[in-house]
Design a protein around this ligand. Sequence first.
Ligand code: KG4
Ligand code: ZN
Length: 337
Amino acid sequence: MKILGIESSCDECACAVVEDGRAILSNVVVSQTEIHRPYNGVVPELASRAHIELIGPVYERALKEAGLGLDDIDGIAAASRPGLLGALLVGLSFAKALAWSRGLAFTAVDHVRAHLYAPHIENDIPYPYIGLLASGGHTLIARVADFDNIEVLGTTIDDACGEAFDKVAKFYNFGFPGGAAVDRLAKDGDARAFSFPDPVLNKGEHRCDVSYSGLKTAAVNQLDKFLNPGYEKTPANIAASFQKAAIDILLRRLFRAVEDTGLRRVVAGGGVAANSYLRAALAGRNDLQVIFPSPVLCTDNGAMIAATGYELFRRGRTSPWTENASARVAAFKRRYP
Ligand code: KG4
Ligand code: ZN
């Protein structure tokens, strides 16, 4: 089954063709970085407009690179939530129109579930495992029992992990996109320069929850308070210390989830999973089996949408033409969605 996956939830316009959920025949990702760079952040209206211009050419490139025509495609999947509403609508409407015009199967895909599923494209991963998703919009630590059964163990009570990277990078003008800029800069810094605080909420049902507003405030407004003697307040030192603090917050909760569930397999996804400090820290845990997707499958891409769509089609699940986009996912507590 060859599935076309379309992703337009934020500032990446992406189309991919994936066969049987595993073989990536093409994976075209056009980033709008240059459009949003002057603002040091994604401007939703500009993103929607750029998607409208990009979606046709990106789709055509994806088919061309796969060496296929639309007649060779068995089904079309598109991200429908969560994300920027106008941006999502472009990809979703394009997918529905394309599928309807050719009588092809169509399914909407939850973007968070697609991030969690992305590592399965390159690896045979048995269930259950601890899923770790950290991106610009979401932070989730979950017990993934099977494809459909995602028990939320922890999430953020304020900002997402990637969002904290983006905000700190924006404040200090480290570059855009923020996460990758901090990661790069941190390589020249000393993470011992600042001792940023760890949020105290970690009792009872919040054992695996994270919070980033305190760290963000500390790094942005109270920097001097956390500077250790003998160290300098350089951009690289700020980046290295912030990165370590932000990722350690995530890791501490992740290890609690490992402890609570007894599961020793950790599967990571989302843009922050591209972070070099996170990758190195988890690689050092010989007691855990840790699976990371390739960096291109960590950040937003069409292949993860196509592969998730394949799993849905395989189970006979399609979406109606009335399927709509939504910016948010209705409140989830123990289960996602
Ligand atoms: O998954 P993604 O492409 O989009 C969302 O669904 O949000 O993730 C983007 C997020 C951004 O916040 C970006 O700053 C962060 O992932 N990110 C990183 C790195 N690369 C991307 N954060 C830390 N280190 C990185 N190397
Ligand atoms: Zn994403």
